[in-house]
Design a protein around this ligand. Structure first.
Ligand code: G
Ligand code: G
Ligand code: MN
Ligand code: NA
Length: 255
């Protein structure tokens, strides 16, 4: 309850929260093709609080709407500025939780934030976890379809950790998959992980889905993925998530 109160205060005062950005790169040459927005909270006394922890708190309380809207608006305003300067014409990816997607009027809220920021709908990617995307009988599929109708790009985060049937995956209105980093981590020395990753690459290719590998930290992982035909990645090998000014410096460097 104390953290919930502190989070509420942080949102109201707009000082302790930040959005950091991690590049999504083309595996072949490391060029930046997009960004993922990741929220950060530094409490004045407790220091940095892990997003997993405070997002869970926000989801249990009614703060998830406010937090999610703040992250989206902040990320869109950064993207608008980078687009205007020709620094990043690719997409901005924002994580969205299941609870937030179920809030009334969520599609309208998201579109309003994009329109206010002057960001084309097609420049937003929403990352939804596999378990959320697969939720049946919750109206989730309908929300995802309506977001897609609005031109928003949808991808499945942490792919491979849930239990999606391929038939169901084919019916989802998503355009891309992100291979969970647990498979990438030991790719270079675990033959099961290598086989699973190769299988996910071919699933994505057969279904015509874009694919991003998460958590690429080593050159061997990059080379394996390139060899299998995966074209995009994120990970410390390329860059960790960075504060806005540092991410922007990378964009300027590559421009
Ligand atoms: O960036 P980091 O690895 O610390 O993120 C931990 C988790 O928090 C990840 O699962 C990530 O998707 C999630 N996360 C980070 N930022 C956001 C956000 O703005 N909204 C939601 N819903 N989840 C986020
Ligand atoms: O669940 P999601 O994919 O949204 O989580 C993204 C999180 O993964 C980010 O918070 C980021 O800090 C973390 N991350 C990004 N790249 C790497 C990496 O190469 N290795 C590890 N261990 N974590 C990473
Ligand atoms: Mn993500
Ligand atoms: Na992930």
């Amino acid at each position: 309850l104390r953290l919930e109160y502190a989070l509420h205060r942080a949102l109201a005062q707009n000082e302790e929260l930040e959005v950091w950005y991690q590049p999504k790169v083309a595996l072949a040459d490391g060029s930046i093709v997009g960004a993922e927005a990741l929220v950060r909270w530094t409490h004045p006394e407790l220091g940095p609080i892990a997003p997993d922890r405070f997002i869970a708190i926000a989801e249990e309380s009614s703060l998830i709407g406010m937090l999610g809207e703040w992250v989206l608006a902040t990320a869109c305003s950064a993207l608008r500025s980078w687009r205007e300067r020709g620094l990043l014409m690719g997409r901005m990816a924002v994580n969205i939780s299941g609870r937030q997607l179920k809030l009334g009027g969520i599609v309208e809220t998201i579109c309003r934030i994009l329109d206010d920021a002057g960001v084309p709908h097609g420049s937003l990617e929403l990352e939804v976890t596999e378990s959320v995307a697969m939720e049946e009988g919750s109206g989730m599929i309908d929300v995802l379809h309506r977001l897609k109708e609005q031109g928003i790009y949808l991808s499945i985060d942490d792919f491979g950790t849930g239990y999606s049937s391929l038939a169901y995956l084919k019916r989802l209105p998503v355009s891309g998959l992100k291979i969970d980093r647990s498979f990438i981590m030991d790719l270079h020395r675990d033959s099961d992980d290598a086989a699973i990753t190769a299988a996910i690459v071919s699933i994505a290719q057969s279904l015509g889905l874009d694919l991003v590998a998460e958590g690429v930290e080593r050159v061997e992982q990059r080379d394996f993925l390139l060899g299998k035909g995966c074209t995009m990645a994120q990970g410390y090998f390329f860059s960790p998530p960075l504060p806005r000014a540092e991410f922007e410096a990378l964009l300027v460097e590559q421009a």
